[in-house]
Design a protein around this ligand. Sequence first.
Ligand code: IPM
Ligand code: MG
Length: 352
Amino acid sequence: MRVHKIASIPADGIGPEVISAGLEVLEALSRRIGGFRLEVEHFPWNSDYYLEHGHYIPPGGLERLKQFDAIFFGAVGSQKVPDDVSLWGLRLPIAQGFDQYANVRPARVLPGVKSPLHQGSAIDWIIVRENSEGEYAGNGGRVHRGLPTEVGTETAVFTRVGVERIHRFAFELARTRPRKRLTLVTKSNAQRFGMVLWDEIFFEVAKQYPDVQTDRELVDAVTTRMVLKPHTLDVIVGTNLHADILSDLAAALSGSLGIGPTANINPERNFPSMFEPIHGSAFDITGKGIANPIATFWTAAMMLEHLGEQEAARALMKAIEQVTASGIHTPDLGGSATTADVTRAVCERING
Ligand code: IPM
Ligand code: MG
């Protein structure tokens, strides 16, 4: 019996609702498929915990997390805590502290789901987001606070090591896809240092992947291409901020923000990787039981794949697609199903 140790951090907003749905589905899978078991430990780190204790992650918390095989994460962000405090208090210390430099975000229109632009199968992308530096490096400062001369700086950091490893990751991924295409996204016309470095390193790395077809697009231009010529894109690699923005567009174009999954990967496996739905806390629907759990299920499938449970991952994706095709949809997809309805339906498909 293979045992995988999972740290569950549901955190804020709809996080606890979708993570408990995700764990239910994972439990059904391990019972049905057999051969593996998940040993789950829950961590209560969220914004209420922060308000009570003064920290999201307690001293020694990262050390504890390190002992797990994967982290299953809900969402962080609360109306009671400034967003930059919650982000830098929980998600970024894990992603950056565990060197999860490859943020992987697939986007596809699942069966039965309608893209707002009706492109059907035209969208089949994976956005690879650099996840450890760039615009999220936390490099900046404020001086002359409150004075008319106040200054804030936010300096993006691009290192050769950081850029090269994300490009290599994207090429390796593109190579596994039927179309083997990789689009480099930068803004190297206006930003002539870090972005030009990105371009240069990309084409250096490309020489080692002659089987991957490459092209280059500016970040503004790629938004129009995503809308107007979606079938021309396959894998997209971009900086932390650019790919953050593009992945919201990708999720919306594939039907709903409630569908998009994310894997924060440490490819060397020196640390656990973290798996989370893309959508965030969603205060407007928190506690109503109508959050779409599909993003979390898809995320769970990515986690299973990372853990080497390919058969379970495939079975989960199949069950998800059968359920979306059958029209059991939460309100974000125009339906009236609840989180529990969708979860039950997916478990039923798993149990066959
Ligand atoms: C995401 C989110 C986060 C990010 C927010 C919550 C800071 O938008 O995961 O895409 O920008 O990284
Ligand atoms: Mg985002």
